[in-house]
Design a protein around this ligand. Structure first.
Ligand code: PA5
Length: 445
């Protein structure tokens, strides 16, 4: 169950915006449901929680069980939409310290999401002598960062186990027919999983892209899908009073129209950090085009109140916050009584950490509202696979709606190509000669 609380933003924008935007939301929602809006051929994720390949889903579970039984580590190679969702879910449900914990599931290392030599060395060293498997994920099958990382880890596997046995430890998640990774998988006999044609990278966490690594970490992927399916049904409701995705999309759109150009997604749970990274990509890549779009930022409270708090309270007033509020914590802790009370904290003795965190949250909301920062509160249930499934689908649906409210294509990312072209030219990739001359000239100045 997700509820949107708007009491901390009402004084910033007049309420009739909801009724005014409802007709446009209806049109946007219909486009998502029928795939007949701009970019409609990439709306396969809309019905995915009910309509997915059940045989492949079973194969994911079998592969996850095999990896759990024959590997101490899984190296997940992917960038952007090909890793953020999996990392977000694993950190949220299994802990940001997952790899440090005692457990029966393999450590999970994410690589291929940067070009740092030191980062690469570190992961190679950490995986080192352990038995490991690789899940290489790339929808296009041609993205440079993961492709380069895969060279290193494929070589490591082949040196360790021999070519044939190494192939049995490589799982390729990619297009069903095209791309270099698909060709390699066919040629070398890697087990392959499909990124559906009609699901773009940043909407793909509930496909094998996210599901295989998430299942390897021991998360109940049936529950994840069940949560998403529940939210999918709620999101079909054409009533802004009961559809949380409509409410969220409408409110953030109206705040944007009123000059609040930056949205900070905040949670009071450190485990949510990578879900916020996933959310930033989802909204940033979907909305940020044609010189439009909210800038998606994130904060982790209360930690960032001691770094970003000053700016949020008193800096330029172009911000609003969206606070994801979870239900009761899974583990309870109570502050101990201390006879000496040298720290003066006995007023908290006997209080639960949940209670203290909740008071901090309310205090922050009121202070930021007072300082001119509207707050949207997204109240969700206790952190679980089901809840996270709801959260994922809710944000995806709200993002599709938001793109259509802004009149942009929420499913393309033409701007991402600019850096790639420059990089290829500077790396002497054949075919980029003319561009290279131009760039080298510019770099002289
Ligand atoms: O949302 C997207 O489409 C991108 O972020 C991609 O996920 C990212 O660029 C990785 O692409 P690929 O999976 O083709 O390697």
């Amino acid at each position: 169950m997700i509820q949107i609380r708007l009491s901390h933003m009402q004084r910033f924008i007049p309420l009739p915006y909801k009724a005014a935007l409802a007709p446009r939301l209806r049109i946007a929602s219909n486009h998502l449901q029928h795939g007949d809006g701009v970019g409609g051929s990439f709306t396969g994720w809309v019905h995915l929680p009910a309509d997915y390949d059940k045989d492949e889903f079973a194969r994911i579970k079998t592969a996850a069980a095999k990896i759990q039984s024959d590997s101490k580590a899984l190296v997940v190679i992917g960038i952007g939409g090909s890793y953020l969702g999996a990392r977000g879910v694993i950190e949220c449900l299994c802990s940001p310290n997952y790899n440090l914990k005692k457990k029966n599931t393999p450590n999970i290392y994410f690589i291929g999401n940067n070009l740092s030599s030191d980062y690469l060395s570190e992961i190679r060293e950490l995986v080192g002598d352990q038995d490991f498997s690789v899940n290489v994920i790339s929808k296009s099958g041609t993205t440079t960062e993961p492709a380069v990382a895969f060279r290193f880890f494929r070589r490591m596997l082949e040196e360790k186990y021999g070519k044939e046995a190494a192939a049995k430890r490589i799982y390729a998640t990619t297009d069903h027919a095209k791309g270099a990774l698909k060709s390699m998988a066919d040629q070398e006999g890697y087990e392959a999983f499909v990124v559906p044609d009609d699901v773009g990278g940043r909407y793909s966490v509930l496909t094998p892209v996210g599901l295989l690594p998430i299942a390897v970490a021991g998360v109940d992927i049936d529950q994840l899908m069940a949560g998403a399916e529940t939210m999918m049904e709620i999101c079909t409701k054409e009533d802004i009073e009961i559809n949380p995705a409509w409410q969220y999309a409408a409110t953030r759109y109206e705040l944007y129209r009123c000059g609040k150009k930056i949205e900070i997604l905040a949670a009071f749970e450190p485990a949510f950090r990578f879900m916020a990274e996933w959310w930033k990509q989802l909204f940033g890549e979907s909305e940020g085009k044609e010189n439009k779009g909210l800038f998606p930022a994130s904060a982790e409270f209360t930690a960032d109140l001691h770094s970003m708090g000053q700016y949020i309270q008193q800096g330029e007033r172009h911000l609003f916050e969206t606070v994801v509020r979870f239900g009761e914590s899974v583990h309870q802790n109570t502050v101990p009584f201390d006879e000496a009370n040298n720290d003066g904290l006995n007023f908290l003795a006997g209080k639960s950490m949940d209670y203290i965190n909740t008071q901090a949250m309310d205090g922050v909301l009121l202070a930021h509202e007072e300082g001119g920062v509207p707050n949207i509160v997204i109240q969700v249930g206790q952190m679980s696979a089901f809840t996270l499934g709801e959260v994922i689908y809710f944000f995806e649906y709200a993002c599709g709606l938001s793109g259509y409210l802004l009149d942009v294509n929420p499913f393309d990312q033409p701007g991402v190509e600019a850096y790639k072209k420059n990089m290829f030219a500077l790396l002497y990739k054949p075919g980029y000669e003319e561009m290279r001359t131009e760039l080298l000239e510019k770099l002289k100045h």
